[in-house]
Design a protein around this ligand. Structure first.
Ligand code: C5P
Length: 423
């Protein structure tokens, strides 16, 4: 599926059972205004929230809702329904629907159609914030993302249940934009890595015209030509930030240590190995509006790396003299001229997270620290999820556990706002 205009697209909309189902009626209207044909499946729960008749009137077609209805199956089987669509949209995608999708269950028309399809699915989750951040839901989201399912939202905000946080269904116009982006993306499925798999057109070009430099991954400090000092950083969080900044319209330079990831589309990738090379590449990429140091830079390097492979001999193991590496975040934050307007550092700590992050903030001279715990039992390194606290000079904001791309998008939104406020 590549390059289908919204005006000639056939969208199969699955409406799940949630308070925000009423927004799906608006979604049908907006998709049809843009020329798309919309066919609607409603789950049994959805019918508790909105009348099928409303969806039928707005879509100009009957609403499909019963897997076992002989007429429906005779006229339009569930396989045929997914075949006749260019894209499947699930809105609202409830926690239950996401779980059934992730499990591959097929116990009603909606889930059967989703299982039988070879088309791309775009889901707009909507649920209580605690349900959204629950590890079970986040596992399902990661599973679906890894399968190439696209996500739009959820948004932050006040919810029908009175709580505040991520869980509100994206607004209909954001979903229409995501549908359009999904239809025109050339390769939606089988992208090589998880952070490249998500399309979210909800964050319009908030960083358009800005230059963002991101460092990511570990550094490798040579001991000799074959050995090095390294660390376990996967680069996932830094790559996700680069992707989110690009989605938000920025020009992005990603300075990356050795990782097994592919650069997000549209991002300029500069590969480096050592801390000194990383500093050199980042400095050369200036000027920038925002600098984000997400790399796990080695604090020390071997003063005299062997020019040839160190040999075992009777004198015993070599004594490696370590010297300190330059601090990239600190160097850029302390530039007298050409300092990026916003400098962001990361702090991975095993204890006293906020206190250490505060100290780091003033020592390194940065504007914001993204602090995360790497205490035993957490899966920050190499994992899909991250629970961070945002630390600035005057506040600390804990964010719920989220996928790394969601952390990245929220961070990018925050930085875009802070740039706007500076002007
Ligand atoms: O001091 P610490 O290594 O804990 O600080 C982490 C933060 O500083 C991260 O943002 C990391 O990218 C950055 N850093 C750096 N250069 C170094 C060490 C850390 O930019 N040499």
């Amino acid at each position: 599926m590549s390059g289908i205009a919204l005006s000639s697209a056939r969208v199969l909309l699955i409406i799940g059972g949630g308070v925000s189902a009423y927004k799906s009626l608006e979604l049908i209207r907006r998709l049809r205004e843009r020329g798309a044909r919309v066919r609607v499946i409603m789950t049994a729960a959805a019918k508790q929230f909105i009348a099928p008749l409303s969806a039928a009137a707005l879509s100009g077609d009957k609403v499909y809702d019963d897997l076992f209805s002989l007429t429906d199956e005779a006229e339009m089987g569930h396989i045929e329904m997914s075949r006749a669509a260019d894209l499947i949209v699930v809105a609202p995608a409830t926690a239950d629907l996401l779980a059934r999708m992730a499990q591959g269950l097929a116990n009603d028309l909606a889930s059967t159609t989703l299982l039988a399809t070879d088309k791309v699915a775009l889901v707009a989750p909507a649920m209580n914030v605690r349900m959204w951040v629950h590890p079970a839901t986040q596992r399902n989201v990661a599973t679906l993302r890894a399968q190439g399912v696209l996500f739009c939202g959820p948004d932050d905000g006040e919810m029908a249940c009175g709580e505040f946080g991520p869980g509100r269904m994206a607004e209909p116009q954001a979903i229409v934009a995501a549908v359009e982006a999904a239809l025109t993306r050339p390769t939606l499925l089988n992208l090589p890595m998880s952070v490249g798999k998500n399309a979210n057109a909800g964050d319009a070009a908030t960083l358009a015209g800005r230059h963002v430099i991101v460092t990511a991954g570990p550094t490798r400090e040579p001991i000799d030509p074959v050995r090095y000092i390294g660390n376990r950083s996967s680069g996932l969080q830094g790559y996700a930030i680069a992707q989110a900044a690009r989605e938000a319209g920025a020009r992005v330079t990603l300075v990356s240590g050795p990782v097994a990831l592919t650069a997000p589309p549209g991002v300029e990738l500069l590969r480096v190995e050592t801390a000194q090379e990383m500093l050199g590449a980042a400095t050369k990429a200036l000027p920038a509006d925002i600098f984000i140091g997400a790399a796990a830079v080695a604090d020390w390097r071997v003063e005299q790396a062997g020019e040839s492979k160190l040999k075992k001999n009777a004198a015993g193991p070599p004594a490696l003299k370590l010297i300190e590496n330059p601090d990239i975040v600190s160097t850029l934050a302390h530039l007298n001229s050409g300092r990026p307007r916003v400098v962001v550092g990361f702090a991975a700590e095993t204890e006293n997270l906020v206190e250490n992050a505060r100290r780091k903030l003033s020592r390194k001279g940065c504007d914001l620290i993204v602090a995360n715990s790497v205490a035993p039992g957490t899966t920050t390194f190499g994992g899909e999820f991250n629970a961070v606290q945002i630390v600035t000079r005057d506040r600390v904001e804990p964010w719920p556990q989220m996928g790394k791309l969601d952390v990245a998008r929220r961070l990018v939104r925050l930085l875009a706002q802070s740039l706007d406020n500076h002007i």
